[in-house]
Ligand binder design. Structure first.
Ligand SMILES: Cc1cc2nc3c(=O)[nH]c(=O)nc-3n(C[C@H](O)[C@H](O)[C@H](O)COP(=O)(O)OP(=O)(O)OC[C@H]3O[C@@H](n4cnc5c(N)ncnc54)[C@H](O)[C@@H]3O)c2cc1C
Length: 525
């Protein structure tokens, strides 16, 4: 039997990313578990919980130290995309009796709408079987999470507004985790441990143990853990600048990493070395407009709050003083994941989001965070002068951009943030399709943004049972995967809130299937 937590990895375990040493004892020679889960983010913990519930002995190995646990999942705002037919259906997850929700209009977001969103934003290139599994599994999986202590609430602050006296939700993102990502990983870990899983930190997995084409355990810098089955849920390669440059292009070397520094693609590397097939959009990633003064990798004290995702309420300009994207092309959830790339390709990989006093109260809370790259002014002239001086923007050109934009706004069309309101700026280039307002009411604000990469889209080929497929198309016995390192779910773009849902759905499937596979191995031993 596998020993208690922390008994088999000797002192001195290091990792390229700087994991502190541990003071554990030497590994017993018979170290073995039923299911080894690699990573301790959302997908891994769902897998561990499901496998433990299915009766397996589960060992979770996480490279990060305890203080940095939870992977990217801990950084999230906890928004989770879920299919529901109506408000009553949503009541399976969320308490709808709160006074501010009693008369709210949640609309509906059936499985077909979830699927249509995944297909639309990926131009039909996503894996149809995988996305169907995720969309259909979203509600039952989140109910299962809720039954294990994860709280859900209405995503009121970010996904609703009061119009004509009634609160309306939009964009398929009506639900979020109570306490956001940090609570999510705490609650899931408590549930997994409560079901019997052992969670180990500062435990990097460096390779897979393979015999006769089957995966039979994991390698660590200090020894082998034999396992009946292995679930890889250890993220993409977004935190490895060299791999980013190789797959996404050289400019991506300078992107800031929004989340954990530990997602360096180790799981992908070891699976590919074991014969797994690549799937999905290896040249693509999720990347957003991110505070230009944010650190190079995520800061758990700030988490997602360097995001600058209220761009649809103002205009975004580059150093030349010109707009370069349609800020209102669609609801923010369907465009924001591509706007990091758009900013990265601008001169100096920087841009400024400009807002006036009319919309200040509609901006996400993050905009009030102090930042050295934020400029306020009482007049447009003053704002432009300050950007021209300190920000290095071409002020004359910026003045022309704003004047042209202001003159082009269809002020005869009512502004409504809860629908694609068609309030466009007519004739400007690039176009501006919705929610246009002239910038003419003080105070004025400019926020400098750069590109923040969230996660990479390319990953491993898996089937709907979360089995990792080999280059010949057949499953690699004993190997399962879930979360960011699964390929084929997202391609070119991403509907907000899908990452946690996909990780939970496939994580649960992977854990259950791994427990079953381990059971077969055990009975055959
Ligand atoms: C700032 C931010 C905000 C976000 N907001 C949202 C949101 O609101 N809603 C949403 O759906 N998505 C959001 N996302 C995306 C979301 O975080 C991911 O889709 C999801 O969390 C991925 O979960 P995961 O379990 O696959 O990976 P992770 O949570 O990243 O977990 C992977 C784990 O594997 C560990 N690991 C890596 N290598 C090894 C190794 N060799 N050995 C052992 N362990 C290893 C890592 O340390 C990490 O803990 C956000 C992401 C960020 C960064």
């Amino acid at each position: 039997m596998f020993g208690p937590p922390g008994t088999w990895l000797p002192p001195g375990i290091g990792h390229a990313s700087g994991v502190p040493e541990t003071d554990d004892q030497a590994r017993p020679s018979d170290a073995r578990t039923d299911v080894a889960v690699v990573g301790a983010g959302n997908a891994a913990l769902c897998a561990a919980l499901a496998a433990a519930e299915a009766g397996a002995q589960v060992t979770v190995l996480e490279v990060a130290p305890e203080a940095e646990t939870g992977g990217n999942s801990a950084f999230t705002a906890g928004a989770m995309r879920v299919a529901y037919d109506d408000a009553a259906d949503l009541g399976r997850l969320v308490d709808l009796d709160a006074p501010e929700l009693r008369d709210a209009d949640f609309g509906s977001y059936p499985v077909a709408a979830f699927l249509a969103d995944l297909e639309r934003v990926s131009d039909g290139r996503c894996d149809p079987d995988l996305v169907r599994t995720v969309a259909e599994g979203s509600m039952p999986t989140m109910e299962w999470m809720r039954s294990h202590g994860v709280g859900f609430e209405a995503n009121t602050e970010r996904q609703s507004a009061v119009v004509d006296g009634r609160r309306r939700f939009w964009g398929g993102l009506a639900v979020r985790v109570v306490g956001e990502g940090s609570a999510l990983v705490i609650d899931l870990r408590a549930a997994a441990e409560g079901a019997g899983a052992a969670v180990h930190h500062s435990r990097p997995v460096t390779g897979l143990v393979c015999r006769n084409g089957a995966v039979e355990g994991v390698e660590t810098p200090t020894g082998t853990l034999a396992a009946g089955a292995v679930v890889l849920a250890c993220g993409g390669f977004e935190a490895d600048p060299d791999w980013r440059a190789a797959e996404l292009g050289p400019t991506w070397r300078s992107a800031k990493v929004r989340g954990t520094r530990f997602n360096d693609g180790a799981g992908l590397r070891m699976a590919l070395a074991a014969g797994a097939a690549r799937a999905g959009d290896w040249a693509g990633c999720h990347a957003v407009a991110w505070d230009a003064s944010a650190p190079d990798v995520g800061d758990l004290a700030v988490r997602h709050e360097f995001s600058k995702n209220s761009f649809q309420l103002g205009i975004t300009v580059n150093r030349d003083g010109v707009r370069f994207l349609d800020e209102g092309a669609d609801f923010r959830n369907y465009t924001y994941a591509t706007y990091g790339r758009a900013v990265l390709s601008q001169p100096g990989s920087v841009a400024w989001q400009l807002f006036d006093g009319r919309v200040q109260h509609l901006l996400h809370d993050e905009y009030s965070r102090p930042s050295p790259d934020r400029v306020y002014a009482d007049s447009l002239d003053e704002l432009i002068a300050r950007l021209d001086g300190a920000g290095g923007i071409d002020g004359r050109r910026l003045r022309r951009t704003v004047d042209e934009f202001n003159a082009a706004v269809r002020t005869d069309v009512p502004f409504d943030p809860t629908v694609l309101d068609g309030r466009r700026a007519e004739g400007v280039t690039p176009p501006r399709s919705n929610w246009a307002n002239p910038l003419d009411q003080p105070p004025f604000a400019a926020h400098a943004v750069t590109c923040g990469i969230t996660f990479t889209f390319g990953g491993l080929a898996v089937d709907t049972s979360a089995r990792v497929l080999g280059t010949g198309g057949a499953p690699l016995p004993g190997l399962f995967a879930a979360g960011e390192l699964v390929g084929g779910l997202f391609w070119g773009n991403y509907p907000g809130g899908s990452g946690l849902t996909a990780g939970a759905v496939l994580g649960r499937i992977a854990g259950t299937a791994a427990a079953e596979a381990a059971g077969r191995t055990r009975s055959g031993r």
